[in-house]
Design a binder for this molecule. Structure first.
Ligand SMILES: [Fe+2]
Length: 239
């Protein structure tokens, strides 16, 4: 058996991380562990795999508007930013994956049957690797709000799901990015399960006029800080 390696200890941040069982978010009660967690030591496998390989991610994977024959309906947008360590160092070579509903608020998934139209030119999946400066950039369609049945007249604010995967199985962050000024923030228990208002703001991107492409697309910027006081909050259980 190989030498056991312990990763750096996990820093608990109860003010910004959602509790496992959040009263306003119905399904959390059914999903969270009910037994104490057991720490499993990691071996080289967990700390060095997977080797994703740059060649597996094509540049066109980052343009969600060009995955089909025609262009999707909706407001074309650019979403870009950088993945950073808490001291500001960029994190290169991180796999950034996104998934989202279409402009009508419907996911391309059999589990989403609410009466909004699917778009044959939009499946809502994209990915890219961060560059040497930690930067990522997607072209997509602004997602719509959608109802989700958590409570009477419950609607999710527009959001894009993000997954970050580093160079080890233990380097994973799953979260959601929101858009500034969304009128649905106040009634969304997933957004508000992050109880620290400053931490909630770190999940909201910024309109970026400079990165806007004239006559073509508006732009939003969202930097993802992995740890420390400016860290983006992980999505423990989000819809
Ligand atoms: Fe969602």
């Amino acid at each position: 058996m190989g030498e056991l390696i312990l990763p750096p200890p996990y820093r608990d941040d109860a003010a910004s991380h959602p509790p496992l069982d959040f009263a306003g978010y119905g399904s959390t009660a059914r999903r969270h562990p009910t037994q104490p967690l057991i720490a499993l030591p990691h071996t080289l496998t967990e700390l060095t795999g997977p080797l994703l390989g740059d060649g597996r991610v094509a540049p066109e994977d980052a343009d969600l508007t060009r995955r089909h024959d025609g262009e999707p309906l909706g407001e074309r947008i650019i979403v870009h930013g950088r993945v950073l360590e808490e001291d500001g160092r960029p994190v290169p070579g991180t796999l950034v994956e996104v998934w989202q509903c279409n402009s009508a608020g419907r996911y391309w998934h059999e589990g989403d049957q609410h009466p909004a139209p699917l778009d044959p030119n939009f499946t809502g999946l994209g990915r890219c690797l961060t560059g040497a400066d930690g930067a990522f950039r997607f072209v997509t369609i602004k997602p719509g709000a959608y109802p989700w049945g958590n409570h009477p007249n419950a609607w999710r604010p527009a959001h894009i799901h993000f997954s970050l995967f580093g160079r080890a199985f233990t380097q994973r962050l799953v979260t959601q990015m929101y858009f500034p000024g969304d009128p649905l923030f106040g009634q969304d228990p997933i957004f508000n399960s992050v109880r620290d208002p400053a931490a909630r703001e770190r999940m909201v991107c910024a309109f970026d006029l400079e990165a806007t492409t004239p006559e073509w697309a508006l732009a939003y910027r969202w930097d993802i800080v992995l740890r420390g006081p400016e860290a983006v909050v992980p999505d423990e259980d989000g819809a």
